[in-house]
Write a protein that binds this ligand. Structure first.
Ligand code: 6GU
Length: 225
């Protein structure tokens, strides 16, 4: 999979891909991430990328030209399965949405800023709009990193334990059950006996029961879906 990220703040998107599972996925060439600096596409003599909005009002709007040129260039090089704009008014990212994108070959993520981007970009280039939740971030970069992480870890070969991504919270609309590791007793706090029993059928039943209990208590809305 190839992910092209278009941003005004390339540095903000460096660290998330330099660690742990995402870093390994890139090294193993399962995924390729390319960051594009919008400013470098500006034809303005001061490399301006935003302007006042028509009709007046506070806040700058990102201009069409640099973004359009960047997307045009990428589209001339390969076909994209989706061109996604990260925006708080987009469709909310869910596990099912991440699952869907994880099957794609090439996607573009466009990070917004300021008051937003010229609507004509959204009308003429963007195929999907995504938000990561009901709160406002200063820009789309952190949201783009979240979207990438949620997608990449689902690609076969990225997580070594193949079943691990499938037993995540949310994958079956259930939260994950509690987990424990050694020591079995710490400060008199004991691990549930069943987990030490070696009876895998009983353990599976216990985990399922705990997952349902936890979901009922914390996220009953998931059980209605
Ligand atoms: Cl994708 N962008 C911004 N700026 N804020 C957000 C968001 C995205 N998702 C939630 N809040």
């Amino acid at each position: 999979m190839r992910i092209d990220i278009i941003t005004l703040h390339p540095k903000l998107l460096k660290s998330p891909f330099e660690h742990s599972i995402l870093h390994r996925a890139i090294n193993k060439k399962i995924v390729e991430i390319k960051i594009h600096d919008i400013r470098s596409y500006s034809k303005d003599k001061h490399k301006k990328v935003d302007d006042y909005q028509f009709g007046g009002g506070a806040g700058m709007v990102m201009c069409i030209q640099p973004i359009a040129d960047c997307i045009d260039k990428l589209k001339s090089e390969r076909n994209y399965d989706a061109i996604i704009y990260l925006t708080p008014d987009g469709k909310q990212l869910k596990q099912s949405v991440a699952n869907h994108y994880s099957t794609f070959k090439n996607i573009i993520l466009l990070c917004g800023h300021y008051k937003g981007i010229d609507q004509r970009i959204r009308d003429n280039y963007i195929t999907d709009e995504l938000s990561i939740g009901d709160y406002v971030l200063t820009g789309g970069e952190l949201a783009a990193a979240v979207v990438c992480d949620s997608i990449i870890r689902l690609i076969p070969g990225v997580i070594s334990d193949e079943t691990s991504a499938l037993t995540d919270s949310f994958q079956d609309n259930l939260l994950a059950p509690p987990v424990y590791t050694r020591p079995a007793t710490y400060k008199n706090w004991k691990v549930p006996e069943i987990l030490l029993s070696g009876n895998f059928k009983k353990i599976e039943e216990w985990r399922n029961k705990e997952a349902i209990k936890r979901t009922k208590k914390r996220r009953p809305d998931l059980l209605d879906e």
